[in-house]
Design a protein around this ligand. Structure first.
Ligand code: HEM
Ligand code: HEM
Length: 140
């Protein structure tokens, strides 16, 4: 059961890589004037799936640690990075939902949204390394 969380999070991170690729296409056309197409619906579907799975997996990780070891917040960098992701996830996710529901020409909000979510993706990739340390120290 301890493998469930790492596998789910790796999957969520893969979905986020694809959402980021689609988002960067948007960035290139809106801000740098390049001719690219933005698959709006697909971006929101993959982006939402990634953030929802990260959120579920966050609580899943806490639950698994509690069930297996009887304690939480023992994994150092891994849980600290996870906690730092929570407000960024709220900002990145809610700004995306807002822009999807109320379509309008915008500059600043998409930039903030893109920055939040690319940062989240970087943190999630870092979590692969800190998570691997957890597996080596506590699971194997
Ligand atoms: C990990 C997840 C996500 C990543 C990496 C991501 C990344 C990006 C990036 C880089 C842009 C371009 C920003 C710009 O042009 O300045 C963008 C735009 C956009 N994103 Fe996301 N995003 C994610 C999740 C979401 C979610 C969950 C939604 C909505 C449900 C969403 C909705 C949108 C919309 C509507 C735009 C276009 C905004 C506009 O140009 O008016 N994104 N995203
Ligand atoms: C793909 C990368 C990841 C790997 C390999 C990984 C690995 C692990 C492992 C082995 C545990 C111990 C419990 C268990 O196995 O279920 C754990 C706990 C945890 N993980 Fe992850 N994880 C990853 C990504 C993430 C991400 C992206 C987040 C945040 C959104 C996160 C948040 C947590 C939390 C909050 C705990 C509980 C830690 C504690 O109470 O000290 N993990 N992770």
């Amino acid at each position: 059961m301890l493998w469930f969380h790492p596998v789910l999070m790796a999957l969520a991170t893969l979905l986020a890589v694809y959402a980021a690729y689609l988002g960067v296409e948007r960035f290139l056309s809106r801000h740098l004037g390049l001719r690219t197409q933005f698959l709006w619906k697909r971006h929101t579907v993959f982006g939402s799936a990634a953030i929802a799975l990260w959120l579920i997996g966050f609580f899943g990780g806490l639950l698994m640690a509690r069930l297996a070891w009887g304690v939480n917040f023992v994994t150092g960098d891994h849980y600290e990075t996870a906690l730092s992701m929570m407000p960024i996830m709220a900002a990145g996710g809610l700004s995306g939902i807002y822009m999807d529901r109320r379509k309008a020409p915008r500059t600043v909000l998409p930039l903030l949204h893109g920055a939040c979510n690319l940062l989240l993706l970087a943190l999630a990739l870092y979590q692969i390394s800190t998570g691997w340390d957890v597996i080596r120290e506590f699971v194997l």
